[in-house]
Write a protein that binds this ligand. Sequence first.
Ligand code: UGA
Length: 434
Amino acid sequence: MKLVIVGTGYVGLVTGSCFAEFGYDTLCVDKNENRINELKNAKSPFFEPGLDDLLSKHINKTKLLSFTSSLSSAMNNADIVFITVGTPYLKSEEETDLSAVREVAKEIAENIKNYTVVVTKSTVPPGTTKEVKKIIASKVPEKNFDVVSNPEFLREGSAINDFMRPDRVIIGIENKKSENIMREIYRPLFLKETPIISTTIESSEIIKYASNSFLATKIAFINEVSDLCEKVDADVQDVAKAMGLDNRIGSKFLNVSPGYGGSCFPKDVKTFSSAAKKYGVDLSIVKAVDSSNTQRTINIASRIIKKIGNNLNKKEVCLLGLSFKPNTDDIRESAAIIIARELINKGAKVNCFDPKAMNNAKKVIPKLNCCMSAYEACDNASAIIIATEWNEFRALNLSKIKESASEAVIFDLRNIYNKQYVINLGIEYHGIGK
Ligand code: UGA
């Protein structure tokens, strides 16, 4: 079975590498030639734990993984083509930009040789996979292809593990033939008893948005509850823990934060409600989650600024963590980045440290002062903000930090420290929801 993956972003590259790990001959395509040239040398364009090893293994040793910038030549002998190109949210038009998906569909249509299954793996609004079908059907007899929706649920930072050990695989299909082919390529997961759920194409597309929006709702919900906890002397971590013990609620995704970020939740929550609006459906809860989360980060930034003093001119602030979550260098929609901008706008000098994301952050905020370590970033700081819960921030030598900071104040936006422990060291502590 020959697999073609179009688009080498997170989803495409992880999917391609993992299918090669399953033993499939996998060809990844991207029109960005520089990226393809780097990938041919096993150089990943982003940091994802375990990815470099998989790339090097399957490019150099097994030779199951290869790369090209030519989709037309990639289509020779392709059995399955996965579309994994970007689907950004267009704020001005309040909808998803599907131009890359459409473009790829057209090129696939022009180059289909034998019967091919065309799979949308990019997160796309309901109706998109059928639109892909229409584009291909304008050039190719319907017996020569099928379309399938197969959304991806991997998380950045644990993407390979998520692909190899998913909670479920969703395949939105129109007939048995394409269903059997999809079940066949995911057969290696049968051993792990992964549920493989067949649905209509539209259900499959909605499952992805509903899942991400539901998880985002849990986060926005607990973040709002944390505000109340602060007012009434409750501890949100106790509240979340006790709530999570109810199996109907579940303990995951109830960790408070300065707001969810990343390339998925913010975009998918917006897209879900705007896609529903087109069908006359008001997803009011989903809309509320989006505005709650946007406001959340702004509120947290103002709270910090108010505490340090509104005039931040000449003040130095230490920011630990820039990525939207640990184990990634991705800073898209990261709360840390929004907070950094607010501080700099108010005149502060922001000394930051992040194990992986500093290069990306510097590109969007050139004024950031990137340091070699968390300790260096803390020197002369009027406040220390822990924005992302990287493991290496969990056991910092706080006494050492207290000595080098100009004021011993910590804003622990991920609640990774015990409040009393920090206070006992003579450091002012501001956690969340307690
Ligand atoms: C998310 C989903 O978890 C994946 O299942 C999905 O495949 C992916 O989007 C996607 O659509 O491609 P990801 O954005 O990589 O994955 O990361 P998450 O671990 O879900 O975290 C998203 C954001 O929520 C982060 O900013 C994180 O800090 C925040 N978060 C997460 C919280 O604030 N609290 C929590 O309890 C959990």
